[in-house]
Design a protein around this ligand. Structure first.
Ligand SMILES: [Zn+2]
Length: 186
């Protein structure tokens, strides 16, 4: 019966069934944000030992196997607002340092500057707990931090079933990037 119906409506059949429909597919949306933040990598030899800053750019993707009833993966505005708020509050115009970096004491206690500590111990603030296993603020570590943060953000938003944060892409300079996410193509 199904075969007879299909043959009687070839145009409709072509519209809804394509040759690769049996292959795994996924919907993906992405948002971007930029932030101005300093960091220092004293464990590496070279110029990153000096305190310096970058204009960072992050792209957060969210994937879902099927769209929600409102035909979205997640509402762009809500995701963007929450991700941007976290970054602007905790990283923008601040400094990312390793927990043992002597600049932590100078910048926080002495100068009252905004500092986000990677690899912090039990004194970690609530946002810093997302990076206690990441000793230094490399671009790779920043990608991990921002993916974890985005996962928390997404968990609090209405979204499609089984939606998840895909790859998080971070640009440190025009030449240096890192991305972190699922090992598949998501
Ligand atoms: Zn750098």
């Amino acid at each position: 019966m199904l075969v007879a119906t299909t043959h009687s409506h070839p145009a409709n059949t072509l519209a809804v069934r394509l040759p690769d429909d049996d292959l795994p597919t996924v919907h993906r949306v992405a948002i971007e944000h930029t932030f101005e933040t300093a960091h220092r990598l004293p464990h590496l030899d070279g110029k990153c030992t000096s305190l310096h800053g970058h204009s960072w750019r992050v792209t957060v993707s969210v994937t879902a196997p099927h769209l929600s009833s409102d035909v979205t993966v997640v509402e762009f505005g809500a995701l963007k607002a929450a991700v941007r708020h976290w970054i602007d509050t905790h990283l923008d115009h601040g400094t990312m340092l390793g927990f043992d970096d002597p600049f932590v004491e100078t910048l926080t206690t002495t100068l009252g500057c905004k500092v986000f500590r990677f690899g912090a111990d039990h004194t970690a603030s609530e946002p810093e707990t997302l990076a206690t296993d990441l000793a230094w603020p490399t671009v790779e570590a920043v990608a991990v931090l921002l993916r974890r943060m985005s996962q928390h953000v997404l968990a609090g938003l209405p979204c499609a079933d089984n939606a998840r944060v895909g790859r998080v892409f971070v640009r440190e300079t025009q030449l240096n990037t890192a991305d972190y996410g699922p090992g598949d193509t998501a």
